[in-house]
Write a protein that binds this ligand. Structure first.
Ligand SMILES: Nc1nc2c(ncn2[C@@H]2O[C@H](COP(=O)(O)OP(=O)(O)OP(=O)(O)O)[C@@H](O)[C@H]2O)c(=O)[nH]1
Length: 979
């Protein structure tokens, strides 16, 4: 026969693995867990046990039925026969005994399933000659079956005694038929084994005297709880001496039990007996809620009751509660709660499981006092309960939220979260990660583990002390006051930007302060009534975008100058794109309206194509016709600027330390570093210590755009300051600090900037894929420049159609003409790649692109451009490497070293040689070898590089055929832009 695992066997028996394991252990079968194999011997033991149990159950049922039938008969007999005729009664009894023995034999022979319930009951009734005393006496291990047992006994029929629980369960509506269906296959099994054993079994015991006839079933059931409980308390362990007088009765009541079971049982029996004997008689049934003895018809009171030593109410109650509880149930639960639980009528499976649990508990302790057993159980579960209590307390003490850094050791996590390190290790193990207590885990893993304990993990927000934001608290709304808007003027070449800026300044400044000397400090302020506007004095979008590329958001409003006689030109479009990219509103100044060929309506018309629709046409763009030259429309333009700014609700808090941006900076021979600062928030004061970019400074002098000294500069004020220790870069942010703090921060920022510059990676088509993969990019920004408008549009639409895995190409700006510095700045600010079709970058643009590592790709065929972008998105683009010769060396001497090779003694003629360079060996103008350097030494020391004019020793990797006079050309491979 195939060996089964415990769980399979359990399934076969209709029990849980746990139940089977408990049962097997109690039967003395060694079993580890649900995966243990169940051998033949073990199975035989289990089956023998089931058979035994079932036999006992049947016998007990017979006894019960018989006892009740006998009571009825006895009462009839007493009425008709004089009591002094014992012989006649005895003869009758003997007759009945014979009859019943025959019936018992008949039952035992029944091996053909299914046995109908009535047959079984009849059989059971037929063997009811066992005296009640005996019913209370059989071996503890053999489970006293009651009627319900026969009906609802779980697989194996392991139910032993008619306990209160059982009876209540029957009363609670568990029908015999239900159980019958459920367990029929097991019953059949039991019957078969019973049939086998039949030969060994003695006949049923004779009926005792004085038994009352069987009561109606309902009545019996009603009395059963008390009776059963009482029987239980009166049960005597398997001791032949306790078996009542009828000789025939003793034998069937004491079938041989499997030996292992006895071994298990014995210690408990010994414990149990004194306790039970010591128990005082107490009529506690009523108190226990069981039908009271007094309430029952006296005639039907079983004789067994005489032997009953009822438990005190408290004990009995405890027993009841205990027995109802499965092992795992919470002991703290009040008995009332248990009762109500019981009233909920457990499902069929629940009933079976519960009963099985009881059976297994009682398997060795049927005769054992339950009250005695209960403390034992409590003792067993105490550590568990304590552990559970401890766990509950610890859970309460745990924080709801724990703040963690990027990494944390298990031990530290346990400490912070109020957990045991072992719990964390266990959880991680279940998650598939094996860690030790001192091992570090990352934030995500820690968060996952903590979530299992209901603890939220919060990531520590690290303050970058080099970022000014770290020192900036949010302003309270009540501290904010309106500030002047900051305006940038943009437009195509010669459309009149400078003239307009001059016109504004001169109009306003001249009007206010005749004779005032204006200075070009990069920005100026004009006053309109009590309001002010700050203009950035650097026209064009180059400065604007250069600023933005440095992270400075300076401009609130863009004035787009379009010459009415020229209309929309490439730089007009560029300016629109730049402003839009920065999210800054545009006011269109249609300039040169004084010119006869001015066609302002055409300008409006053309601009609609770029989304700038005049208000009178239903759009929201303000158009102001002006003549910069003739100073016309200037006031209207300023009014409109104020209006647009008002809508933006530009506000700042003047009552805090100043923060802003460096607009311009230069080194003045006489004054040292001079910088134009735009105060964006707070008020800058003379004497303030500040950090501008990476420079520390103290405001020594502060002047406005007209050269007037200022003590204080509120928000939106441009000022020229001296006192900086170095020249910051335009676009750098500045902020005021305490002097010491300012010095430290300036130093830290300088350090940080160096690191950033080293690590700076700009978008290029080679890293696009990696950055897409890393989730850093969602789309790829492109700046498109081509020779003719047709090409621009063709490329634009082709690129915009490319879509790889949901990633799109976003054309930030497209235009006709060479790639300019402005394009590179825009690419820098918008993290874009520049694509040139039949155009080239001008010298400035090339330099800036090289310096800022902006990727410029040039194509002559549209198809190539599209293919390359597609390949970049798919991560298939191979970087292009280029050789760069770094030095030339001359071999002057050679040294052959055994087990090392030939070392070339070289003189570096030009450039340098580095350890990672590749060497081309050239002899008489012919290349004879190319390979890596195995070792580069100056005298005896390994060195990284050797400069021109020095000698060195070079050992080539895998090449020893070096001769004096050879020329070594050292080069490195560099990934280059595909320009
Ligand atoms: N008739 C007329 N000419 C103007 C007007 N505004 C500017 N101009 C002329 O247009 C020319 C170019 O003006 P600028 O102010 O230098 O133009 P810009 O946009 O600053 O030019 P760049 O600095 O080269 O980008 C000059 O000769 C101005 O005199 C105007 O309103 N009417």
């Amino acid at each position: 026969m195939k060996k089964l695992r415990v769980y399979e066997y359990a399934r076969e028996l209709g029990m849980t693995s746990k139940e089977v394991i408990t049962m097997m252990r109690r039967l003395g079968i060694s079993v580890q867990n649900h995966m243990s194999l169940v051998d033949e011997e073990a199975r035989a033991k289990v089956e023998a046990f089931f058979a035994e149990v079932r036999k006992k159950a049947a016998l007990e049922k017979l006894r019960e039925e018989k006892r009740q039938a006998a009571q009825v008969q006895a009462s009839t007999a007493t009425a008709t026969l004089p009591p002094e005729e014992p012989s006649a009664e005895g003869a009758k009894s003997a007759e009945r005994v014979q009859e019943e023995r025959a019936k018992v034999s008949q039952i035992e022979r029944k091996t053909q399933p299914p046995v109908r319930e009535d047959e079984e009951e009849a059989a059971v009734r037929a063997t009811k000659a066992v005296p009640p005393e005996e019913a209370a006496e059989p071996s503890g291990a053999e489970l006293e079956g009651s009627e319900e047992v026969g009906e609802t006994v779980p697989p194996g029929g392991a139910r032993v005694e008619g306990t209160t629980t059982q009876t209540e369960r029957v009363a609670s509506g568990k029908s015999a038929a239900e159980s019958e269906i459920d367990l029929s296959h097991l019953k059949r099994k039991r019957r078969r084994s019973r049939g086998k054993r039949k030969a060994e079994r003695p006949a049923a015991p004779p009926a005792p005297e004085g038994q009352t006839p069987a009561a109606p079933r309902e009545e019996r059931e009603a009395t059963r709880p008390a009776a059963a409980a009482e029987q239980k308390t009166a049960e005597v362990p398997e001791e032949p001496a306790a078996v009542p007088s009828a000789p025939a009765a003793s034998a069937p009541a004491k079938p041989e039990l499997p030996a292992p079971r006895k071994r298990v049982i014995e210690p408990r029996k010994r414990e149990a007996r004194p306790a039970r004997e010591a128990r005082p008689e107490s009529p506690g049934a009523a108190a226990e809620g069981r039908p009271s003895r007094e309430a029952r018809p006296a005639g039907r009171r079983p004789a067994a009751r005489k032997l009953v030593v009822p438990k005190p109410p408290a004990e009995a109650q405890e027993e009841k509660v205990e027995r109802r509880r499965p092992h795992t149930a919470k002991k703290e639960k009040a008995p009332e709660a248990e009762v109500s639980k019981k009233e909920r009528k457990p499902g069929k499976k629940g009933v079976i499981r519960e009963r099985l649990t009881e059976i297994l508990d009682d398997f060795t302790g049927a005769e054992t006092d339950v009250v005695e057993a209960a403390p034992a159980r409590r003792r067993r579960s105490k550590p568990k309960r304590r552990a559970a209590q401890g766990e509950a307390e610890r859970a309460q003490a745990r924080p709801d939220k724990v703040t963690l850094g990027d990494r944390i050791t298990v031990a530290e996590l346990a400490e912070r979260a109020g957990l045991e390190a072992s719990e964390i290790i266990k959880k991680l193990f279940l998650l598939g990660t094996v860690v030790t207590i001192n091992q570090e885990i990352d934030f995500d893993t820690a968060a996952l583990v903590l979530s299992d304990f209901g603890i939220e993990a919060e990531r520590e927000t690290r303050v970058d002390v080099t970022e000014f934001e770290a020192y900036e608290d949010e302003d309270a709304p009540e501290d904010l006051v309106p500030r002047p808007p900051v305006v940038t003027v943009m437009g195509h070449v010669d459309h009149g930007k400078t003239t307009l800026l001059d016109a504004i300044r001169q109009t306003r400044v001249a009007a206010q302060e005749a004779g005032g000397i204006t200075q070009h400090i990069g920005a100026y302020q004009v006053e309109i009534g009590d309001r002010k506007i700050t203009f950035l004095d650097t026209p064009g979008h180059e400065a604007f975008t250069a600023m933005r590329a440095r992270g400075a958001k300076v401009t609130d409003v863009v004035v787009l100058v379009v010459a009415a006689d020229d209309g929309v030109m490439p730089q007009t479009v560029e300016a629109i794109d730049h402003a839009k990219a920065a999210g800054v509103p545009i006011i269109v100044a249609i300039n040169k309206i004084d010119k006869p060929d001015a066609r302002p309506e055409r300008v409006k018309q053309e601009l609609t194509e770029y989304g700038l629709i005049p208000e009178e046409w239903g759009g929201d763009t303000v158009f102001v016709p002006v003549s910069a030259l003739k100073r016309q429309g200037i006031d209207e333009l300023l009014e409109m600027i104020l209006l647009v700014a008002e809508l933006r609700e530009l506000k700042a808090n003047p009552n805090r330390r100043a923060r802003g941006v460096v607009l311009e900076a230069r080194l003045d021979r006489g004054r040292g570093p001079v910088a134009t600062l735009l105060v964006q928030n707070g008020t800058l004061r003379q004497g303030d210590a500040l950090v501008a970019g990476t420079m520390f400074g103290r405001v020594r002098t502060m002047t406005d755009d007209r050269g007037r000294p200022l003590k204080e500069a509120p928000p939106s004020t441009p000022v020229e300051v001296t006192g900086l220790e170095g020249v910051p870069e335009a676009g750098d942010a500045f902020m005021v600090f305490e002097e010491e703090e300012a010095r430290a921060i300036a130093k830290a920022r300088a350090e940080r900037r160096r690191e950033r510059e080293l690590a700076r990676t700009r978008i290029d088509l080679e890293n696009v894929f990696d950055r897409l993969q890393a989730g850093e990019l969602k789309e790829i920004n492109v700046i498109l420049k081509a020779d003719v408008h047709g090409s621009v549009e063709a490329l634009r639409s082709a690129l915009e159609r490319i879509q790889v895995d949901g990633v799109r190409v976003n054309v930030v700006h497209a235009g006709v003409g060479a790639i300019t510095e402005s394009d590179v700045n825009l690419a820098l600010a918008s993290h874009a790649v520049i694509i040139g079709f039949n155009v080239r970058p001008d010298a400035n643009a090339r330099q800036l692109a090289e310096r800022e590592k902006v990727d410029i790709r040039l194509y002559r065929v549209i198809y190539e451009a599209i293919e390359e972008i597609e390949r970049a998105l798919k991560g298939m683009l191979e970087p292009v490497y280029e050789e760069r010769v770094i030095g030339t060396l001359e071999v002057r001497e050679i040294f052959r070293i055994s087990r090392v090779g030939t070392v070339a003694g070289c003189y570096v003629r030009e450039g340098k040689v580095t350890r990672d360079a590749t060497i081309r060996v050239i002899r008489d103008g012919v290349l004879i070898h190319t390979g890596k350097i195995a070792s580069l030494k100056r005298f005896k020391d390994d060195v990284r590089e050797v400069a021109a004019g020095y000698e060195c020793g070079i050992l080539l990797d895998g090449f020893n055929d070096v001769k004096p006079g050879d020329v070594f050309e050292a080069y490195v491979l560099e990934a280059v832009q595909r320009v």
